[in-house]
Design a protein around this ligand. Sequence first.
Ligand code: UDP
Length: 357
Amino acid sequence: MNKRILVSGGAGFIGSHVATELIQAGYDVVVADNMSNCDMTCFQGVQKITGREDIPFVKIDFCDGDSVNKLFSDFQIDAVIHFAAFKAVGESVMEPVKYYKNNLCSFLNVLDAAKTHGGCNVLFSSSATVYGDPDKLPVTEESPRQSAASPYGNTKQICEDILEDTVKATRRFGKSVCPGISNNGPIKGIALRYFNPIGAHPSALIGELPRGVPNNLVPFITQTAIGKRECLSIFGDDYPTPDGTCQRDYIDINDLAKAHVAAVARMLEEKMKEDYEIFNIGTGRPLSVLELVKTFEKVNNLKLNYKFAPRREGDIPAIWADPTLANKELGWKAGRSIEETLESAWAWERHLAEINK
Ligand code: UDP
């Protein structure tokens, strides 16, 4: 029988790509989402790409513990990948309670249910934001975490800690704290720290669906190119970087999704070296905002309306990953070129324009 993976927040940008890759790798998937930040477009895209009309979909609020427990009773879950969280950095500064409540409660409910129902494995979607503004680049998993600049970033750090503590406790105290673990051993945990996920599926059937004005660079670029936005503001041209604009590690969403498949396999095939592991998921290559804009123009053969604007509060000059550990331990490596990625992002924006006509 296939192993079954629960993807919480599975109808969103990252979740839908991960669900696709999991199904294509032979896993059964349950997609669960409260639809607070997406519609059914991406889930339907997953069905089309995989040719599977029968993927179980559950509309659920992960902050409701009873519903989460019921979900784990209804399906035998071997591993859960947890994406269900709010993610707007600026909004989290304005509404910290909303962010702490949602992002922490939903994760605690997942862990509670995982403990009760067979002690399944847990993969947490973390972020490079935990490294803050690093002293040394590139960052390895050993680079120190820095105090978070936003409540959103803080929820990532706290959830990492909660997962690590839970994993340790189930190893140490076994069945007395985790009634379901008799078959599967202790709960295992992996945190994947993503750098900047961008792009869309090559089919252009799934991609990012920002609500309102996008905060992130690539959706803002594609919306400007299609005429939804007038002009891209490049925030800051006086950073201490080669061309003065910020540098990031832009990771293709399909490559990122494949890293999850590799991590799930590592957990289920009992290849983990520790009960709790952390991996950086990035390309290892820095790219500046200006380089990204120019590449977007070139590969898609268009001119983008952009201007330089003041620095955006909270932005750091540069960060990129050292992905050596993930390359070695997960047998995973980012494979798509930035050109392919930016072509896909543009194809997705045009697909959206087509279906919303
Ligand atoms: N950025 C920009 N204009 C925008 C949005 C983002 O110049 O409209 C820059 C931002 O300053 C940062 C980079 O693009 O240097 C990536 O920003 P994003 O919000 O996508 O991700 P972050 O690295 O902040 O998580």
